[in-house]
Design a binder for this molecule. Sequence first.
Ligand code: PGA
Length: 243
Amino acid sequence: MGKFVVANWKMNKTIKEARAFIDEFNAKLPKKCKNWCICAPFTCVFAVFEGLKGAGAVGVQNIYPQEKGAFTGEVSPQMALDAGATWAIIGHSERRNLMGETDEFLAKKVKFALESGLKVIFCVGEKLEEHCRLKTVLKAELKALKGIDLSGVVIAYEPIWAIGTGRVASIEDIKRAHLAIIETIEKQNGVTPVVLYGGSVKSSNAGEIMALDEVGGVLVGGASLNADEFVKLIEIGGKYESK
Ligand code: PGA
């Protein structure tokens, strides 16, 4: 089925731009490519879902851990599902750092999203100054998943210094971090997780990264905004077997 290739559009694209992307994407994507997801801003989720006509999957980039109520500005998993999303990104470093989301809050979000029927892409990763104690940082972030059934969860390793910087982690770094995540989760949760890599992925470097056994796919920001480039990434992922 190919490795899992996920677009994280972040705060980009109007509905009109999303529709134009989907038209080009649908025309270029080979039918056999199935293991991919587009995580759009909330305002575009339904337009993307409609445009894809059941192909691939649609995701959101955040949820609030309540079904409904007095939570101004927030969106529940039930609302995300209603708009066509089946996946949610939780714990992206931009939300951890810009919105101050804590490990405890993220654990709540993961639990509630899963209970509500969404699948979760849970992000972890170290700051540049934390790189020398990578394993400790990853272990601390992964604690949020303790006691959770991980059947609907994939983990994304995103070194913060590699996000949107054009500075992709080395193959050795990626291997080391993915193995650390796999080992930690095997010990903590008793299952072997699928781990995506994220951070300046583009079609020119994705082949080498997705060829690694420890890499279950990629989470792509900037390069996923271009339909042609995103199709190329999905095609690269399609060359490899997913776990
Ligand atoms: P990037 O973003 O591909 O633009 O580095 C990745 C991400 O933040 O998910």
